[in-house]
Design a protein around this ligand. Structure first.
Ligand SMILES: Cc1cc2nc3c(=O)[nH]c(=O)nc-3n(C[C@H](O)[C@H](O)[C@H](O)COP(=O)(O)OP(=O)(O)OC[C@H]3O[C@@H](n4cnc5c(N)ncnc54)[C@H](O)[C@@H]3O)c2cc1C
Length: 413
């Protein structure tokens, strides 16, 4: 298939994009084009050699590359063409997709629908306002470390400090070992480990101290990192190291969304979508971690498959383009809600899970949905934790369809 003949363009060949393409092919769509700026498809999992990918989607615990290969192998080559080394520069109204590719050059494609699945990126040190010197080598993000290891590039150090205590920070313990690095400390800004207690237990078991309520006050070294000064409850402490890995602090990789004039949400920093993955641009859908940072690879694939199905319904005339959806705002205790719009059901679309970002830890709290001055739904008391998965049952929002606006909040129980 020539790219100009594409009926559907999927941007991003990670779990969400590949699962969307698969779902579309299963619904009988052909001429599906998946583009990725990287030199091979597979998205982030391609670089993560630890086990734990795809569970929710395949019910297998696989390494990242194996999960990526499984998703690729499932694609019908008669229906789906995957082209790496091609960056999508903008999606113009139409939709019209502007691309720049190693083989394809600069072109404009005119598909009937587009799926944006460009994932997340980590904020580097500069964006985190970490003070200290700027050594030439030794300051990395998790993603850079993973890529170096996956591509066989020498990291060069011996002793690493990991900044962050989210799930991915603990995956660095595995990756660091493959890079020949010993992790000498983990630094967490919060008063608790943001991942599960078991992860913290395992880290301490292998002799990695975790400093909570702490932050990096200074980085020493010119040619390479020599030490970090950590400010914590016991005062400043100097930790000798040659590598600092900044983990987590993910944001949706949304420059393409912004360049395309598609409405962005301040809470998630990703595109505003309704429960079917429809963005503000007719014919343009979005799925996966681009919608909010950050879900597991299996959940990103589930979301991609759902949105792929919804695109199929849209192209088949079974799902319209509803501009009158109810806007969903957030009140106390929440940073964001995704989807940000709730359309009247109608048609045959399948709703995305409703994901919420908690601002505070609360041992006993209730999720609450309000519309037009009335409480429409109140959840059972539950424990709410920051940076942990928090969802709302679709039934909680079904009652707000048609309202002028609705708000989700966390109420103390
Ligand atoms: C260090 C680390 C460890 C992780 N560990 C686990 C784990 O153990 N288990 C787990 O389930 N999940 C894990 N994850 C999360 C998992 O990787 C993500 O949930 C998953 O990759 C999200 O899939 P996605 O398709 O939304 O995005 P991605 O996998 O990020 O794919 C997005 C793709 O879009 C492409 N792209 C972006 N912009 C453009 C553009 N303009 N044009 C063309 N292509 C573009 C990118 O090149 C990329 O290939 C980890 C993530 C990280 C960073």
């Amino acid at each position: 298939m020539s790219p100009v003949d594409a009926s559907i363009v999927v941007v991003g060949a990670g779990p969400a994009g590949l699962a969307a393409a698969h779902a579309l092919a299963q619904r009988g769509e052909r001429r599906i084009l998946v583009l990725d700026r990287d030199d091979a498809p597979g998205g982030l999992p391609r670089f993560c050699h630890h086990a734990g990918f795809g569970w929710e989607f395949t019910h297998r615990l696989e390494t990242g590359p194996r999960f990526a290969r499984r998703l690729l192998a499932a694609l019908d080559p008669e229906a789906v063409t995957v082209i790496p080394r091609t960056t999508v520069l903008a999606v113009h109204p139409g939709p019209e997709v502007e691309i720049l590719g190693a083989e394809l050059g600069h072109q404009r494609l005119r598909p009937r629908a587009v799926v944006l699945a460009t994932g997340i990126r980590e904020r580097p040190r500069s964006a985190r306002l970490v003070p200290g010197r700027r050594p030439e080598r030794g300051v990395l993000t998790t993603g850079q470390l993973q890529q170096f290891v996956a591509r066989g590039v020498a990291v060069g150090g011996r002793r690493a400090v990991v900044v962050g205590t989210e799930h991915v920070a603990f995956s660095v313990l595995f990756t660091a070992r493959r890079a020949g690095l010993a992790v000498v400390a983990m630094i967490g800004a919060e008063d608790r480990v943001m991942s599960y207690a078991g992860a913290a237990w395992a880290a301490r078991l292998v002799g990695v101290p975790i400093h909570l309520d702490s932050s990096i006050e200074d980085i020493e070294g010119d040619a390479r990192v020599e030490a970090v000064i950590v400010r914590g409850p016991g005062g400043p402490r100097r930790i000798a190291c040659d590598t600092v890995v900044f983990c987590g602090d993910f944001i949706p990789d949304a420059p393409l969304v912004a360049a395309s004039g598609i409405a962005l949400d301040r809470g998630t920093a990703g595109p505003i979508v309704d429960q079917f993955g429809r963005t503000s641009a007719p014919g343009v859908f979005a799925a996966g971690n681009l919608l909010r940072a950050v879900e597991s690879s299996g959940r990103a694939a589930i979301e991609g498959a759902r949105v792929g199905g919804n695109v199929g319904a849209y192209l088949g005339g079974r799902l319209g383009w509803d501009a009158s959806a109810t806007p969903i705002g957030v009140g106390s205790g929440l940073a964001y809600a995704m989807p940000q719009r709730w359309a009247a059901p109608g048609g045959s679309g399948e709703a995305l899970a409703i994901c919420l970002g908690a601002l505070v830890d609360m041992p006993q709290a209730r999720l609450c949905v309000r519309a037009e001055g009335a409480t429409r739904w109140m959840g059972a008391p539950t424990r709410i934790l920051r940076k942990r998965r928090l969802t709302l049952p679709p039934a909680a929002l079904a009652a707000v369809a048609g309202a002028r606006a609705a708000e989700i909040s966390v109420e103390g129980a």
